[in-house]
Design a protein around this ligand. Structure first.
Ligand SMILES: Cc1cc2nc3c(=O)[nH]c(=O)nc-3n(C[C@H](O)[C@H](O)[C@H](O)COP(=O)(O)O)c2cc1C
Length: 194
């Protein structure tokens, strides 16, 4: 089906959006997004629908030394879970695969009288979606991951201050091989009538 849109720019933007897919960290290499591109990613995240503009999230970028810190946290996590030798090395690799890893940190205020918690979380999700879309538009592969490490208290404490929640990480970089094609989900399964 041709992509609808009133202008060629709109059609191209929509075409790009409809071709976004996640690229896991093991397929990502240098170069990763630079400062200007991460700035644009954050601007895109800030375009997510956000009731009363609470901005219930922030990003923490790990590159170089930051990735070493993340790797040390993952190795410590592995040790605490009984891993040793090559398994511990894999923990380190997990953190070091992508050239840029952006932690997504939620700042949900349960006491907000106007914006309920579910709306604040919705904004966090929108911000993540806009961020990975922006990275895709700029030519980078990216994937949002969380898993057990994101909810580990020691790893979370290294990222968050009081009241914040570590949601997970967006791994970003250049794809070193084409990603596998994936099947489309039929939009009729989400598009109904009221
Ligand atoms: C908050 C959040 C956490 C996620 N955590 C993981 C994860 O730990 N591992 C994983 O394989 N996918 C995770 N995903 C899903 C991937 O980011 C991705 O959307 C999924 O693999 C589908 O691929 P696609 O984006 O190409 O459709 C998470 C998504 C979100 C929004």
């Amino acid at each position: 089906m041709p992509v609808p849109g009133a202008t060629p720019e709109g059609r191209e933007a929509l075409r790009l959006l409809l071709t976004r897919y996640s690229v896991s960290a093991k397929h990502l290499r240098e170069p990763g997004p630079g400062d200007d591109e991460l700035w644009a990613m954050a601007m895109a995240a800030l375009r997510a629908p956000d009731h009363e503009k609470r901005v219930p999230f922030r990003f923490a970028v790990a590159r170089g030394e930051g990735l070493e810190r993340l790797a040390a946290l993952f190795v410590d996590y592995g040790r605490r879970h009984g891993k040793a030798g090559p398994d511990l090395e894999r923990e380190r690799e997990k953190a070091m695969q992508a050239p840029v890893v952006v932690a997504v940190i939620a700042r949900i205020n349960p006491g907000d009288d106007v914006v309920p918690v579910h709306e604040q979380w919705t904004t966090v999700g929108g911000a993540i979606a806009n961020a990975v879309n922006a990275l895709h538009f700029m030519g980078y592969g990216a994937k949002m991951v969380a898993g057990a490490r994101a909810s580990d208290p020691a790893i979370a404490a290294a990222h968050c201050v009081e009241g914040e929640i570590l949601v997970g990480w967006i791994a970003a970089g250049t794809m070193h091989e084409p990603a596998k094609a994936r099947g489309e989900i039929d939009p009729s399964c989400v598009l109904g009538r009221f």
